[in-house]
Design a protein around this ligand. Structure first.
Ligand SMILES: [Fe+2]
Ligand SMILES: [Fe+2]
Length: 204
């Protein structure tokens, strides 16, 4: 385990159950709001898993772990990624928030012992999605947007909920369109988002 990660686990004995381990981990590092968000996303993941035939335990696990890299503040994300030997894309250098999805996947693997490639993939693309997404990629991408944790209601929520009556890809397409329409205002556009947009072939 990389020393940067083992340092985060010092004096912590993480239980196997992510519903216990993630609150312990994020609580120890002073991130109660992220923990509440992860709990809400995990609950949404479980609901979507049961609804769409995706393993609800794996779905909830991905929800619990998707934002655990919040323990590294935005100002440290580039240096941590370099330290962990993650290749850094220009868009990620421009807007290091975009690194948090892969940093969370790295932490899930090394600190929480997750080896399931489907869970790690879903965590690693939960902000951008990716072309040809697997069911769990789509599920976590949607759950993260449906479990809105800011005041008010996001503009895409009703359309996303309605699209869920059709399918997970339909709901993901609603949010992709929302994001795509604001691309000129985003601090950076991740290549995976562009590839996901092209893969879905959505009408703008
Ligand atoms: Fe996130
Ligand atoms: Fe999130």
């Amino acid at each position: 385990m990389h020393p940067l990660i083992s340092a985060l686990l010092e004096n912590l004995n993480l239980p196997a159950d992510p519903a216990l381990a993630v609150p312990l981990f994020l609580g120890a590092h002073g991130h109660p709001r992220t923990c509440a968000h992860c709990a809400a996303v995990a609950a949404e993941c479980r609901r979507l898993g049961l609804r769409f035939g995706v393993d609800p335990d794996l779905a909830a696990l991905s929800g619990w772990l998707h934002d655990i890299s919040a323990v590294w503040p935005a100002s440290q994300r580039l240096s941590v990624a370099r330290e962990l030997d993650l290749p850094i894309l220009p868009a990620e250098r421009q807007h290091p928030m975009l690194l948090h999805q892969r940093l969370s996947a790295g932490l899930a693997e090394q600190a929480f012992g997750v080896s399931d490639p489907a869970v790690l993939s879903a965590i690693a693309c939960h902000t951008t999605l990716r072309p040809n997404p697997a069911p769990l990629d789509l599920l976590l991408f949607c759950a993260d947007k449906l479990a809105w944790d800011q005041p008010g209601q996001p503009p895409y929520l009703d359309a996303m909920q309605a699209a869920l009556d059709d399918s997970l890809p339909a709901a993901a397409a609603v949010y992709l369109r929302h994001l795509w329409r604001q691309r000129e205002f985003l601090p950076a556009v991740h290549p995976l988002l562009i590839e996901a947009w092209e893969f879905f072939g959505i009408e703008e």
